[in-house]
Design a protein around this ligand. Structure first.
Ligand code: ADP
Length: 217
């Protein structure tokens, strides 16, 4: 079972740490603020007060033995970068870092971060996609320019099969799942028919998803 170390226990880091611990994983939570450490201590496996930019302190805590590190020292840009660099020098296999913006993200990639997350930017985009189109229920970006959207089937789709609708040929968009009430039909086939009330989970390039959404509305 994977072991996680979460460094920086602001709103993001503490949410990651407690959610992992609630799901049964071993979590070491680190922050330089004693109060933050104290308030999370009963909810994770270990909570320790330490400066994440102190290489010796991180070594002593055995951080190099963990599988995944999540770094979220949002209010301290240089500490975020330095901590990421130390973790990669300690050969931690997978380091995820929260970045406030893409410039900061580029620097984090250069020092070896395996994945950068931008929660504020991504949540903003999801809310905006929700607001601008009545049939888009949710949107997740999973790579630059690519996303997954959940849309409510429109009357142009009712009673037609995926083969007839030709989403892939027309829009280069894949239907990953059809949600019908409580049922989730994963990897639907060409002969599956869309019914009123269905929700479709689609994956593709953002501009193709947009064309597809316009077709639906
Ligand atoms: P969020 O936006 O997720 O709420 P914050 O910027 O509020 O993030 O939280 C960052 C956390 O990182 C704070 O709890 C702060 O005490 C911690 N932190 C800042 N610098 C260091 C450091 N050098 N070592 C360890 N923790 C740090």
């Amino acid at each position: 079972m994977k072991q996680f170390v979460v460094i920086g226990l602001g709103r993001f880091g503490s949410s990651v740490a407690t959610t992992l611990a609630e799901s049964g994983y071993d979590v070491l939570a680190i922050d330089c603020d004693a109060e933050k450490v104290q308030s999370i201590s009963t909810q994770v496996t270990h909570a320790v007060e330490a400066d994440a930019t102190d290489e010796d302190a991180l070594k002593t805590l055995g951080v190099r033995n963990f599988d995944v590190a999540v770094v979220s020292i949002g209010d301290n840009v240089s500490a975020n970068i330095l901590c990421t660099l130390i973790l990669k020098e300690l050969n931690l296999p997978y380091v995820i870092v929260k970045a406030p913006d893409s410039l900061h993200g580029k620097v984090l990639t250069k020092v070896g971060a395996d994945r950068i997350v931008y929660p504020e930017r991504d949540m903003g985009a999801r809310i905006a996609h929700n607001l601008i189109s009545s049939n888009v229920l949710d949107y997740i970006e999973f790579a630059p320019e690519y996303g997954v959207i959940e849309i409510l089937a429109t009357d142009k789709m009712f009673g037609r099969t995926l083969k007839e609708l030709e989403f892939r040929a027309n829009f280069d968009v894949n239907v990953m799942a059809i949600k019908r009430g409580e049922n989730l039909h994963i990897s639907p086939g060409a002969d599956d028919k869309i019914l009123e009330g269905d929700k479709l989970v689609l994956m593709g390039k953002n501009d193709n998803l947009e064309k597809m959404r316009e077709f639906g509305s």
